[in-house]
Design a binder for this molecule. Structure first.
Ligand code: HEC
Ligand code: HEC
Ligand code: HEC
Ligand code: HEC
Length: 408
């Protein structure tokens, strides 16, 4: 819920922590009661996650995360009274890698065994038992198979969407999907017969419920939190103050020793980019150099919106936002590109090399092909930022003129 990865880069940590605090504040205002703890909630350490939940007045639940003394740093479970019904909740967390900076010193116990202990403790005390799992859909179904007594598993982690709840024996399995894009609503109608596991019946919308009073019924709905939902003034204000704080954020990071020109930081998310280029290598050449030979193509490019893609961020005071600049510039977080907003100079806009690849590859004969590849466009024209993008229709609009080749 809080972070997009357990390994934030050094250069993005400050912004992502601001964002996590904003998310915490907002879910508190939405009335969140409890959340299953996931590995990406620990990116700034367990104390950060705990203090944020305390401020926002919700609980992290995790019965299988242990600190270095073998104690549980978060609540395992809680019992709440919802309109006269006793509901038990417990949390199970996915496998921690231990190598992520926020997970140092944490250990884990085996999830199925822990779940069985929680069920044994909670089942006699509640009428409905819910597991908040952060293990992924496949593991959630396995958990349902290997235990008895959980009524509902609400899962996260694998970012899958279950448009319909999965009935796994006497347990319903649903998923929270990702990034608060949906609200799921599950209505349960269960006969009060203690000790008898429910036999579930899905009442789809428009259908009549079954006549048999011994059956447990459920209805399910997914509500997209998109633009149609409208805005909430208090939450808009929180987002505005987050954006203002990001605009003022000063990110300064030394380029790592012996790694010219700017290969970024050395956190695991960046390592797969490969070894830094040798000193003195110019990976990115920039428009002026490309234009010095490709005059016609440069004139064409000057006339496209790509040549001004940074202006819209400037106008909105978002040039300092690391979650925006990647697609409105060239070479962000690429070897030889730039790593922090303060080093953006020369990399503004969607330049030649954003499509054709860095000048370093010039002369290999690959640049025209890369420029027109669908994957090149889709890296920026993705589902969330360019939902109506039609590659076949858009490609001709952005194709530079062919070179005039001397006859052989
Ligand atoms: C994954 C790449 C990507 C990221 C990240 C991205 N943008 Fe964009 N942005 C685009 C693309 C592509 C377009 C052109 C979309 C179109 O017209 O279909 C665009 C267009 C825009 C526009 C003009 C069109 C409009 O919707 O009004 C604005 C403003 C904008 N982006 C702001 C932002 C801000 C603010 C952020 C950070 C929160 C951001 N962008 C992050 C790729 C991105
Ligand atoms: C939006 C992506 C994009 C940008 C930005 C872009 N190009 Fe292109 N470019 C293309 C596409 C697509 C083609 C057509 C490729 C084809 O027909 O195979 C092309 C064609 C070319 C060609 C002709 C290749 C040939 O085989 O004749 C050259 C040269 C070229 N671009 C140079 C540049 C230069 C220089 C810039 C920057 C000033 C630039 N391009 C910016 C996408 C881009
Ligand atoms: C010194 C002049 C010069 C500069 C600078 C230069 N090019 Fe070229 N470029 C050429 C010549 C000459 C060719 C044709 C020979 C060939 O195909 O390699 C060419 C070929 C190309 C092609 C088509 C061949 C292929 O690889 O698909 C593209 C695309 C291209 N250049 C893009 C760029 C971009 C982008 C830049 C800036 C990073 C750039 N060029 C800088 C001279 C230059
Ligand atoms: C590095 C990111 C990036 C890449 C790569 C990229 N674009 Fe864009 N594109 C943008 C952004 C950002 C905008 C919005 C610029 C603005 O409105 O200020 C945009 C705008 C456009 C627009 C005008 C707005 C629209 O959607 O009608 C077209 C057309 C377009 N791009 C086509 C392409 C095509 C085709 C490719 C691949 C050959 C491509 N782009 C590659 C970032 C990118």
């Amino acid at each position: 819920m809080l972070f997009k990865t357990p390994w934030p880069m050094e250069t993005e940590k400050a912004q992502l922590e601001l964002k996590a605090r904003t998310v915490g504040k907002i879910v508190g205002k939405l009335g969140l009661l409890a959340s299953g703890l996931g590995e990406s909630d620990l990116s700034a350490g367990p104390e950060f996650a705990a203090s944020l939940a305390k401020e926002a007045n919700f609980y992290w639940l995790s019965a299988n995360v242990l600190d270095k003394n073998g104690k549980k740093p978060f609540h395992s479970h809680m019992l709440v009274d919802v309109g006269g019904v006793r509901v038990g909740l417990f949390g199970i967390t996915s496998t921690l890698t231990g190598s992520a900076p926020g997970q140092q010193g944490l250990a884990q116990s085996e999830p199925i065994a822990v779940a069985r202990e929680e069920i044994a403790f909670l089942r006699p005390k509640c009428e409905v038992l819910v597991c908040l799992s952060h293990m992924g859909l496949a593991a959630d179904q396995e958990l349902a198979r290997q235990t008895a007594g959980i009524d509902v598993i609400v899962g996260g982690h694998s970012r899958e969407m279950t448009t319909e709840p999965i009935v796994a024996g006497s347990t319903l399995v649903v998923q929270a999907f990702s990034q608060g894009k949906y609200v799921g609503r599950l209505d349960l109608d269960m006969p009060r017969v203690p000790g008898v596991p429910p036999t579930w019946h899905f009442v789809r919308s428009g259908q009549a419920p079954p006549a048999d009073p011994k059956l447990s019924r459920f209805t399910a709905a997914f509500v997209a939190l998109d633009k149609k939902m409208g805005e909430d003034a208090a939450i808009v204000a929180d987002i505005k103050s987050y954006n203002e704080a990001v605009a003022k954020l000063v990110v300064s990071a030394k380029p790592p020793a012996g790694a010219p020109p700017v290969p970024g930081s050395t956190t695991p998310t960046q390592q797969p980019l490969g070894p830094p280029p040798p000193a003195g290598t110019f990976t990115y050449w920039g428009v002026p150099l490309c234009a010095s030979c490709h005059v016609e193509q440069s004139k064409f490019w000057e006339g496209t919106v790509h040549a001004r893609a940074i202006d819209i961020l400037k106008k909105k005071n978002r040039v300092n936002d690391q979650e925006c600049i990647g697609c409105h510039t060239t070479g962000f977080r690429e070897p030889g590109g730039f790593d922090i907003p303060a080093r953006m100079a020369g990399f503004e806009n969607v330049q030649c090399e954003a499509c054709h690849g860095p000048g370093l590859d010039h002369g290999k004969g690959s640049m025209a092909k890369r420029g027109s590849a669908e994957a090149t466009c889709r890296r920026c024209h993705d589902k969330s930022n360019s939902p109506d993008f039609d590659y076949a229709a858009m490609l001709p609009i952005m194709s530079c003129p062919k070179m005039q080749r001397a006859p052989k």
